[in-house]
Design a protein around this ligand. Structure first.
Ligand code: ADP
Ligand code: MG
Length: 614
């Protein structure tokens, strides 16, 4: 076969394949051009999902008449000139590919009036510029996308689906340029009017518009700076996790990116507070020196490459991790409770989705759902009454070997502190053996005692384990445990690992184990039950030599199995000690599975329930 040069239109069409996949990709490129031109107002008209028409008008700097034909030419750009410029791109576009690509697969008209021009000029692909009427700024009109590329057109989905993509793109884009007003019409019906946001409050409104008010009501605002990196934005509380990664917006120097390194770092930041398979929600802006990030990594510019990826990963991870660690019970985690001021919605614990506050549920139902959540927590199970939240555990006596940072309040001490302000207040009573009712300054606090205790135990175990300080103590009477051969085998092969977790075991028969020592922290737990539960977890998770790797899961499992069960009566002192522990434990706003551990019902909300003061 003879080698031939391709005609330039075909070259453009091939190139278009990389950038222009569907109407939303056209919209993205056009919006980027408008922002690069300094526009503050964008008017977007879409017809038939963008397949028939995409028209975007901006009030930016415009294009001089002589430059109009160049704008449609391949590799023609006003944004970079030299290779050096490519090293520090500050504009969203720079490849000079978008307009020629779009023009080669649609009917494109470009109309523009430069700021200092007397009137506007308009041009179509391959034709001469003609005078036109247009205010300062630019309008790009894209009709009949892929009319000349049937293969591509075939891949377009329904009008509705394409529009959904366009709409989602515009909303995502809007978060990246808060100072810009955006109006959107679909099939000549006004659909969206996103006003420019110049202050924090307006910005939060924009975030709420795009991500839903639920998100803004259950998130933390953060700002952090280190070296040349700066991160700010909103991250959803772990209890506001999603089943999809659809609420993740990340901007690097204003450019929206989907980046593996970023996702990984953020996921790590949520490690340990997010239930398995759930996805965090966030709107985050990372700003950095443009020369430390390569934006020329992907034709559609979705991905970036960080020069120092370790540094960026570390910075993101640490920031998220420490912000979430600060989300302790009793602290008003979010500065934004106002969004959820619905009557009777118990929304004050920001980590508690309002719709889950089932004030109307009767006790039986709640018990049922509790059992569902905890599986084995049936009411009359013997184990349940083996709760271990006894005063002993909180006196610190059992834990002389623990590190000093883990101060254990005494139950009595907590009571004496009554005069001081305690965020979670003081216990009044226990409800159905499940919830602690407490009174604090704002009103009523409800605590799920198992969930709360589990988190506290877990955080302690983790800290001790990290310090290699899991102190164990011998059982007065070694406990004998009957297990399956498989479990005994697993236990035998993991004796050393168990020891590191403070469990001293020996195999005494084919199907028999003996427990000699258990972690002091868990001394009141049912040792046999604890070991057998841990073993079955290990087997279920297929963990053979990986106990060490999976140590967080093992610790979490131990914490769960060892934590106070439903229906165990606690004294007021015990309850207060638990509340104080919650206040000083990191991440105690959520249990290990990401469920909330407490809810606040303010006096005003109680008043509303009783129609008081109306
Ligand atoms: P790039 O954005 O990579 O430069 P494009 O093909 O998207 O490439 O645009 C080509 C050029 O056309 C830009 O460099 C810019 O000078 C000009 N241009 C495109 N859209 C606009 C606009 N809305 N306002 C002003 N100038 C524009
Ligand atoms: Mg561009």
């Amino acid at each position: 076969m003879q080698i031939r040069k391709l005609p330039s239109q075909l070259i453009d069409q091939i190139a278009a394949g990389e950038v222009i996949e569907r109407p939303s990709s056209v919209v993205k490129e056009l919006l980027e051009n408008s922002i690069d031109a300094g526009a503050t107002e964008l008017d977007i008209d879409i017809e038939q999902g963008g397949i028939k028409l995409i028209r975007i008008r901006d009030n930016g700097g415009g294009i001089q008449k002589d430059d109009l034909p160049l704008a449609l030419e391949r590799h023609a750009t006003s944004k970079i000139r030299t290779l050096d410029d490519l090293e520090k791109v500050t504009t969203l576009g720079f490849r000079g590919e978008a307009l020629p690509s779009i023009a080669s697969v649609s009917r494109l008209r470009l109309t523009s009036r430069a700021t200092d021009a007397v009137h506007a000029w308009s041009i179509e692909y391959g034709a001469q510029a003609a005078p036109a009427s247009h205010p300062p700024g630019t309008t790009v009109e894209v009709r009949d996308l892929f009319f000349n590329v049937p293969a591509r057109r075939k891949f377009l989905r329904s009008e509705k689906t394409e529009f959904a993509h366009v709409h989602a793109l515009i909303r995502r884009f809007a978060l990246g340029c808060p100072g810009v007003q955006i109006r959107l019409q679909h099939n000549q019906r006004p659909l969206e009017w996103i006003k420019a946001a110049f202050d924090q409050e307006a910005m939060e409104r924009r975030v709420a518009e795009v991500c839903g008010s639920d998100f803004i009501g259950h998130c933390l605002y953060l700002e952090n700076q280190a070296a040349s990196l700066s991160l700010r934005g909103w991250i959803g509380l772990p209890t506001f996790s999603r089943s999809q990664n659809d609420l993740q917006h990340f901007y690097v120097n204003g450019r929206m990116v989907r980046d593996k390194l970023v996702s990984h770092a953020l996921r790590q930041g949520y490690n340990d507070v997010l239930f398995h398979g759930r996805h965090p929600a966030f709107v985050l802006y990372l700003d950095m020196d443009p020369s430390s990030v390569d934006v020329n990594a992907h034709p559609a510019k979705h991905e970036v490459r960080f020069r120092d990826s370790r540094l960026v990963h570390d910075f993101l991870f640490r920031t998220i991790h420490s912000v979430l660690a600060g989300a302790q019970a009793g602290r008003t985690a979010t500065p934004l409770p106002r969004v959820l001021k619905d009557a009777a919605a118990a929304d004050v614990n920001p980590s508690y989705p309002a719709q889950q506050v089932a004030l109307g549920l009767d006790a039986a139902q709640r018990l049922d759902s509790y059992r569902m959540l905890y599986g084995k927590g049936s009411r009359d199970s013997a184990r349940e009454t083996e709760g271990i939240y006894s005063p002993d555990m909180t006196t610190g006596k059992v834990n002389q070997h623990s590190v000093t940072t883990l101060s254990m309040p005494t139950a009595a001490g907590a009571v004496n502190e009554q005069s001081a302000v305690a965020p979670l207040g003081y216990a009044l009573a226990q409800l159905h053996g499940i919830y602690i009712l407490a009174q604090n300054e704002r009103g009523l606090v409800l605590v799920d005692m198992h969930a709360a205790h589990e988190r506290i135990t877990y955080e302690r175990l983790k800290a001790l384990y990290a310090q290699q300080a899991v102190h164990s103590q011998p059982l007065l009477i070694p406990a004998t445990l009957h297990v399956s051969v498989r479990e005994a085998d697993a236990a035998e092969s993991l004796l050393d690992e168990f020891r590191r977790f403070g469990l001293e075991l020996e195999r005494t028969g084919m199907e028999q184990l003996r427990i000699l020592q258990i972690p002091s922290l868990l001394k009141n737990a049912d040792a046999a039950q604890l070991v057998s539960d841990t073993l079955s977890d290990i087997i279920a998770n297929g963990g053979s030599g990986r106990l060490q790797d999976a140590y967080q899961e093992v610790l979490a499992g131990m914490a769960c199995h060892a934590s106070v069960r439903a229906n165990r009566q606690l004294t007021l002192e015990e309850m207060n000690a638990l509340l104080r522990d919650m206040e000083r434990t990191e991440r105690s706003g959520q249990c290990n599975h990401g469920r909330p551990t407490w809810v606040q019902l303010g006096i005003d909300q109680l008043d509303q329930l009783f129609l008081r003061g109306r």
